[in-house]
Design a protein around this ligand. Structure first.
Ligand SMILES: Nc1ncnc2c1ncn2[C@@H]1O[C@H](COP(=O)(O)OP(=O)(O)OP(=O)(O)O)[C@@H](O)[C@H]1O
Length: 618
């Protein structure tokens, strides 16, 4: 790296984002959580028949009892008994059918929404997810999607069912006695108003409830994890006070929400009671028989069966709306990297780059800057020359932008200014996949998947054969380990299989980078958590010059090997790299231009105190 030149023209013009949250992505159709799918409509109709059967059961039972008291011919009663029984049997049968249909539809929708949510999340990773842990983001998205899809079963289906059954009841009562039909219509309107009120109450309190719950979790975790320190500094009473406050807030919000829900449920019952009373008064003067009067008076009571699930439905609706809002806010973020417009995504996954990719993998940046949020420069103008096949260490204090530099090189974050050329071409104007296919990234937390060693490596190199995998493992210093594994590459790793030590995990990450066959490997403190001797051994294995795949280094082609660019905080082992590039902050807190020196030069000063030009390129 060198002192920045005055002003260099940009090859790609990337506007400086103003601030997060960025503008919404392309117009994603906003959907209403309750909007029914075909399967949900079918479920709702079946539910409507089940609910109507239940209502008919109550009403015809009333008719039957009163008619029986008049001692009619037994055949009349037998016919009525059969009808009552038919309604009694129809209700559970249709309810079961409704559950099968609506849950089928909901599960299909859940699978579809999860797939599209994951697809939308991928371009946002890692830049737009901030410092949140990926697993937390994923858990939150999965929970919110479950709530949203739940709305189909818990909101849409009961509402359709109630509407269908209510419509049938209103129509029939209007035919039998118009005034009672109008009472039922009035009851329907009142139920709609109470439902609207219930949703409003629930929606207003829900964010508070979630915040209060999150607060209780946060404070509990903090107190539990820091209990020894809190005791040591005499802060235990204060900590208990925090817990009391958090629980007190949760208690208050929960009580308020419960009061709202209870009020809505009571209002439904009051409305039904009023409808029964009015119907009873009206029925007295109707020119119909006593059994029919009983049937009419019992109808509003039967309707309460359809209304009761609405309290739960309104609660689920408010919850699903909040969840949908959170999902939209996340998935509508503008990705931090722009792909070439119209570039088709290759669904076949990572491919092994050929020899020519090794020859043309020089990295060159000029006045490269980047910002995660648009609010400030997280990488100040940086000039960097990394000839293909060289091994570079990047050092510097915390927060000086080392990881940000790697993120730009890996195209996880677009530069906000300057140029980044890869193999002589302007990288930001190349298709994303093309650039990423040439770069492997290893960070300080190599994840071990709960599958075989082969499966763990195949993620990075799906077309690598056993020989390539074993050679990658040996190059990463895992040769001795593999020899002790009973099933070799077929040994299961992860929590259910053989555990790996910190050093072995770091080496597995490096083996993945080797097996990917990608010409450039970016490593972000891969040995941060290892003891010094192990860390040194891992770095020694990493920096041992590796040949491009298929070449015979020294005797075959003169293609360069893998380019290694590694962020590290360790001073020891600098001689293992061709160069150490230092970045530093100015005392004011803004970053200074990056500097570098050639470690091979015995007169070189410490990296972060020089502004020497880069050594000539090979
Ligand atoms: N994913 C991210 N989202 C938002 N800001 C980020 C993200 N990653 C880094 N930053 C910010 O960018 C700035 C530079 O951080 P960066 O991680 O690049 O520094 P670093 O030199 O690698 O630090 P360290 O040595 O602590 O790893 C910091 O202010 C940091 O908060």
């Amino acid at each position: 790296m060198s002192t920045p030149a005055p002003e260099t023209p940009r090859v790609s013009v990337i506007p400086e984002p103003a601030s997060l949250p960025p503008s919404p992505r392309t117009a994603r159709p906003s959907r209403r959580v309750w909007w029914p799918s075909a399967g949900t409509v079918r479920g709702g109709l079946l539910g409507g028949i089940a609910t109507a059967s239940g209502m008919a059961l109550t009403a015809t039972s009333g008719w039957l009892i009163v008619r029986a008291s008049e001692r009619p011919v037994i055949l009349t009663l037998l016919t009525a008994i059969v009808v009552v029984r038919a309604f009694g049997m129809a209700r559970p049968v249709f309810r079961y059918w409704e559950r099968l249909t609506s849950h089928d539809a909901a599960l299909a929708l859940l699978a579809e929404r999860r797939t599209s949510a994951y697809e939308a999340l991928i371009p946002l990773t890692p830049a737009r997810l901030g410092r949140r842990r990926r697993s937390d983001v994923l858990t939150g998205v999965v929970d919110d999607l479950t709530d949203v899809v739940d709305a189909q079963v818990r909101v849409t289906v009961p509402v359709i069912s109630t509407a269908v059954a209510g419509g049938i009841v209103i129509a029939l009562t209007m035919v039998i006695a118009l005034p009672v039909g109008l009472v039922m219509l009035g009851l329907g309107v009142v139920v709609c108003l109470i439902s609207g009120l219930a949703v409003r109450l629930e929606s207003r309190s829900l964010p508070e409830l979630l915040a209060a719950r999150a607060d209780v979790t946060r404070v509990s975790e903090l107190v539990a994890s820091q209990s020894s320190e809190l005791r040591a500094v005499g802060g235990w009473a204060t900590a208990i006070g925090w817990l009391d406050d958090a629980h007190g807030s949760l208690d208050r919000v929960t009580r308020r929400i419960s009061a709202g829900r209870a009020s809505a449920a009571s209002l439904f019952l009051v409305a039904v009671g009023a409808a029964v009373a009015v119907t009873a008064v009206i029925a007295q003067d109707l020119p119909v028989s006593a059994p029919v009067k009983a049937l009419l008076v019992l109808t509003p009571v039967a309707v309460s069966e359809a209304i009761t699930p609405l309290v739960d439905a309104m609660r689920a609706l408010a919850r699903a709306r909040g969840s949908e809002h959170r999902i939209d806010a996340l998935l509508d973020l503008e990705p931090a990297v722009a792909d070439v417009p119209g570039h088709a995504h290759d669904a076949t996954g990572p491919t092994r780059p050929g020899h020519t990719a090794y020859a043309s993998s020089d990295v060159e940046t000029r006045r490269l800057t980047a910002s995660w949020t648009g609010a400030r420069a997280d990488l100040t103008p940086t000039d960097l020359d990394v000839p293909a096949g060289s091994r570079i260490a990047i050092t510097g204090p915390n927060g000086s932008g080392k990881s940000t530099l790697l993120a730009v090189l890996a195209r996880h974050l677009d530069p906000s200014g300057g140029t980044y050329r890869l193999g002589g071409s302007d990288a930001p104007s190349q298709p994303l996949e093309q650039t990423r296919a040439r770069i492997a990234v290893v960070d300080d937390e190599t994840h071990v998947f709960g599958t075989t060693l082969r499966g763990n490596l195949a993620l990075a190199g799906p077309d690598a054969d056993d020989a390539a995998m074993e050679s990658a493992l040996r190059a990463a210093g895992l040769g001795p380990l593999v020899e002790t594994l009973p099933d070799g590459l077929d040994t299961t790793l992860g929590s259910t299989g053989r555990g790996l030590s910190g050093g072995e995990r770091a080496r597995l990450g490096i083996a993945r980078a080797h097996v990917s066959g990608r010409p450039i490997v970016l490593l972000d403190e891969p040995v941060a958590h290892l003891d010094p001797p192990t860390a040194r051994a891992v770095v020694e294995d990493l920096t041992r010059r590796t040949a491009a795949p298929g070449t015979n280094q020294g005797t075959g082609t003169d293609l360069p090997g893998q380019t290694i660019i590694m962020v590290t905080h360790r001073d020891d082992g600098a001689e293992l790299f061709d160069r150490v590039v230092a970045v530093r902050r100015r005392p004011s807190g803004t970053m200074s231009p990056s500097t570098a020196h050639h470690q091979a030069d015995p007169d070189a000063q410490p990296a972060d105190r020089t502004h020497e030009p880069d050594p000539p390129r090979r």
